[in-house]
Design a protein around this ligand. Structure first.
Ligand SMILES: [Zn+2]
Length: 266
């Protein structure tokens, strides 16, 4: 293509009086590239938003470092109806699982230190005996995050942990597959739903920060996402009709009801 500088000048002719002489700007390409480059420059690197935290493994007493996200780092972009949050500069979900590389014990950071003696023995017997170890890079990718969540899930299973621990880990795995645009999202949503339904009956609230009605809403939403609309309605109707439930949660429940009404399969 013939790019004549004088053609570009014409676009801004008439602005000389205002102080803009011979403006040499390519209307789209060059300017955008520069803006983009500048935005990239000012964007902090993922590594600079992380720091090392020292942890002692409750199973094998090994002292090791975990990668942790600085509190001020994540900027929320949007929140999905099942509470998955999109962040713009770092994905904190990637760093939620802690792994002891010496014995293979892994759990969500909220649970990592809460391990009972019989569970330690179960880790040694079922995980450590097979564990080969892996050195992870300084920053994690989506695939690494999936691997880490799965190792945590396996640890929860072999240590007979609460259904809620398995359910929340499956929920987070479903979110990771959502980021990957993979159908496996639905597999893990449905496993998560099963676990939360059990936890709702057997465990005391709060469950991972969720009170009873938030958990009911989530169970309804997970049902909706896997196509069980009538069961979803049963759960959220209780949220909508129970007095004292927060306005915000009722609003979410009403939004969900509208989505179900609009569903062409209904
Ligand atoms: Zn360990």
């Amino acid at each position: 293509m013939d790019k004549k500088p004088e053609n570009k000048h014409k676009i801004f002719s008439g602005l000389e009086k205002l102080g803009f002489k011979n403006v040499d700007i390519d209307l789209y390409n060059k300017e955008n590239k520069e803006t983009k480059a500048k935005a990239e420059e000012s964007k902090p690197t993922e590594s600079s938003l992380l720091y090392n935290r020292t942890v002692i493994c409750p199973v094998c007493d090994n002292q090791f470092k975990v990668r942790a996200v600085k509190v001020s780092a994540p900027r929320m972009v949007k929140k999905d109806s099942d509470f998955f949050i999109t962040y713009n500069n770092i994905n904190p979900y990637f760093y939620e699982v802690w792994i002891c590389n010496s014995c293979g014990y892994a759990a969500l950071k909220a649970d990592f230190l809460k391990l009972r003696q019989f569970q330690k023995d179960l880790v040694l017997k079922n995980i450590t005996s097979k564990w080969r170890g892996r050195d992870y890079p300084n920053t994690y990718t989506l695939d690494i995050a999936i691997e880490r969540y799965k190792l945590a899930l396996l640890n929860y299973v072999v240590t007979n942990s609460k259904d809620s621990s398995k359910a929340i880990t499956c929920l987070k795995l479903s979110w990771m597959y959502r980021l990957k645009n993979s159908k496996d999202e639905l597999v893990f949503l449905s496993k998560s739903l099963e676990g939360f339904k059990n936890a709702f009956l057997k465990e005391s609230f709060p469950i991972y920060g969720m009170d009873k009605f938030t958990t009911m809403y989530l169970i309804g939403e997970l049902n909706r996402r896997i196509g069980n609309n009538s069961e979803a309605l049963t759960w959220i109707s209780k949220v909508i009709t129970t007095p004292g439930v927060s306005h915000k949660l009722k609003e979410l429940a009403r939004d969900m009801k509208d989505l179900i009404k609009e569903d062409p399969n209904e």
